[in-house]
Design a protein around this ligand. Structure first.
Ligand code: F6R
Length: 607
């Protein structure tokens, strides 16, 4: 969603801000702007892409100054236009603000300020912060910020400039990410590490209600009582090339191809001497033995990973698993017991609904174990335990390696818990662990089908509807496959449990309808082949995704893609890959922006 970047140093701020915003483009945005302070604050804003903003900055002959803030906005309050884009400046021109999140009580605050004669220019909730700050301002920058924080409700990461402080950048966060980057004779703020990754690998990760006072030569961290806070310096070990395209046309294909290595790291680093070691969990073996129920909470693809995880965890541990959409869980008064476990899954670690769901679980004394990619993110920090997926930065809006590494962590949990609870014999655990370790190489083999999948994509690019069907775990994987196609190619696609087709949906099948049938589960294979015959009989064009050596499928489906043989419970990691590639080439054939699909944002930090 929105992105923030800020600079305090001795070099021109504007080029830094524009470059940083470019690195945050993947979060999704519809307008952008920068404000730079020299003798006064100059602001340039533009609806549309960063290229539009750059053109305006160039037309203005640049924006002088070595202190500045920038923002990419994904509209929530007010249309995406020049006026509503950030930064927002108070009426007097004293205070300039960029903001991620939502100020929930902005309407009463706005009314209060208007009654005092303040004239608002934009429709945004953010402008209220700038105007309120200015109204309360008494020369004490930090003191005023603390007062403002006491008045606003909601979520925020704020970057603030004040014309009385020509060398100071102020930042604070609550329920929205903000980091402080530590440079040499310059320091930065950003909502996300990649924005400043080519300038520093050292950061302070701000916690809620921590204030950062940033100058070129110093960073001061304070709590709401103005007491200094000491923070460990957080260091990342990946460089900017990991967050760049590396020769690919789109991040999405780069990230698809990174999956074998991501899985090798995620799985390989947790298997030592033939034993799965789940980092340093606080959860004890005794607690694992006593888990009554597992609640998985997540959104989108992470929720799809949770659906597959339910099948695998229930199979290997016999612990009942409920999978909730985080946005539903948080408001449905879930029934939680103290010996339950909540597993929160999130690539970004910043998804607002998932964060709220985990807070709900913790408020009920339920232990939260999160599966997260973004190190140091809010979900990771607020959980009792975290298992990182170690996929590296994921930039394309449509997740690929994020999803498959989430599955891998769920498999590791299922195997480990199954062994601890005595459900899995040593021999069975060893067989499955070996199968798990083989997945990265097996996934790599699937890339051999890229040309055939591209041809298939071109053949079906003009289709209006696609159905993806499967049973059991294959149904779980179909949900993700179907989402990949619809989100980036804009083709209407639905995943269906194959046994459910006859209860209504089959009436939508007509001559030429594309049906992708995922059939990797031995016990359900015959039944799925029968479902394929049913749709074939009604004119569907069927593409089957099956395991090597599967019987009878060639004579039934129009085209078949084979995945290498693996344990039935692990097939989703492989079946989803041909669909990622198919979705990618379908989007290309339809002229869509693969990495930045319309209306979508990478990190959904509002509910
Ligand atoms: C789809 C996709 C989204 C995310 C969802 C949750 O490709 O990426 O559906 O899975 O927005 O995001 P995270 O995992 O960051 O919580």
């Amino acid at each position: 969603m929105c992105g923030i970047v800020g600079y305090a140093g001795h070099e021109p701020a504007a080029p830094f801000l524009l470059e940083g915003l470019q690195r945050l483009e993947y979060r999704g945005y519809d307008s952008a702007g920068i404000a730079v302070f020299s003798d006064k604050v100059r602001t340039v804003k533009s609806k549309g892409r960063l290229a539009d903003l750059r053109a305006k900055v160039d037309a203005a002959g640049g924006v002088p100054g070595c202190l500045g803030i920038g923002h990419t906005r994904w509209a929530t309050h007010g249309a995406p236009n020049d006026i509503n884009s950030h930064p927002h400046t108070s009426m007097s021109g004293h205070i300039t603000v960029v903001h991620n999140g939502i100020i929930e009580n902005y309407i009463p605050l706005k009314e209060e300020l208007e009654a005092q004669g303040v004239v608002f220019r934009s429709e945004t909730d953010t402008e209220v912060v700038a105007q309120l700050f200015d109204k309360l301002y008494n020369g004490d920058l930090v003191g005023t910020l603390i007062e403002v924080i006491g008045r606003i409700r909601g979520s925020y990461a704020l970057g603030i400039l004040c014309t009385d402080y020509p060398d100071t950048l102020l930042a604070v966060r609550k329920d929205s990410p903000m980091i402080v980057g530590l440079g040499e004779h310059e320091n930065y703020i950003a909502s996300d590490i990649p924005a400043v990754l080519d300038h520093t690998r050292s950061y302070y990760l701000l916690n809620d209600n921590e204030i950062a006072v940033i100058k070129a030569e110093s960073v001061e961290l304070l709590d709401l009582n103005r007491q200094p806070i000491s923070h460990e310096v957080f260091t990342v070990n990946y460089d900017i090339s990991a967050a760049e395209k590396g020769g690919y046309d789109y991040f999405m294909m780069k990230e698809i191809k990174e999956q074998p290595n991501a899985l090798r790291t995620c799985i390989g680093s947790r298997i030592h001497d033939n034993e799965i070691r789940l980092d340093k969990l606080r959860l004890t073996d005794e607690q694992i033995k006593n888990i009554g129920r597992i609640h998985i909470v997540a959104c989108g693809s992470a929720w799809h990973a949770g659906i597959v995880g339910k099948y695998v965890i229930e199979e290997l541990t016999r612990i009942p698993v409920e999978v909730d959409l985080a946005s539903e869980f948080r408001y449905r008064r879930p029934i939680l017991a103290r010996n339950d476990l909540c597993i929160a899954i999130s690539q970004s670690g910043e998804t607002a609904d998932t964060l709220a769901a985990l807070r709900e679980a913790r408020a009920n004394d339920v232990h939260v174990l999160s599966i997260v990619n973004a190190v140091g993110s809010s979900i990771a920090r607020e959980s009792d335990d975290v298992l990182y997926t170690m996929a590296g930065p994921e930039i394309a809006v449509a997740t690929t390696k994020g999803y498959t590494t989430q599955l891998a962590v769920l498999y590791l949990i299922a195997l480990k818990f199954g062994k601890i609870r005595g459900i899995l014999s040593d021999a069975e655990e060893s067989r499955l662990r070996t199968a798990l370790e083989a997945l990265p190489d097996q996934l790599e083999q699937l890339f051999a089908d890229e040309a055939a999948l591209e041809a298939l994509a071109r053949q079906h690019a003009e289709k209006d509807h696609v159905f993806v069907i499967g049973r059991g775990i294959d149904y779980g994987a179909s949900l993700e496959s179907s989402l990949k196609l619809k989100e980036i190619s804009y083709i209407h696609s639905e995943a269906y449990a194959a046994g459910e087709l006859k209860h209504g949906t089959i009436s939508l099948i007509e001559e030429g309808t594309l049906v992708i049938a995922v059939a990797t589960q031995e016990a359900l294979y015959e039944k799925l082949i029968s479902n394929v015959k049913e749709v074939k009989a009604r004119g569907a064009y069927v593409v089957a995704i099956v395991k090597e050596g599967s019987r009878d499928v060639e004579g039934v489906a129009d085209q078949v893609f084979y995945i290498p043989d693996t344990a039935d419970i692990f097939t989703s990691t492989l079946t989803v890959v041909p669909m990622q590639i198919f979705a990618y080439y379908t989007a290309i054939a339809r002229g869509c922006d693969v990495d930045k699909p319309r209306n979508l944002a990478k990190s959904v930090t509002v509910e």
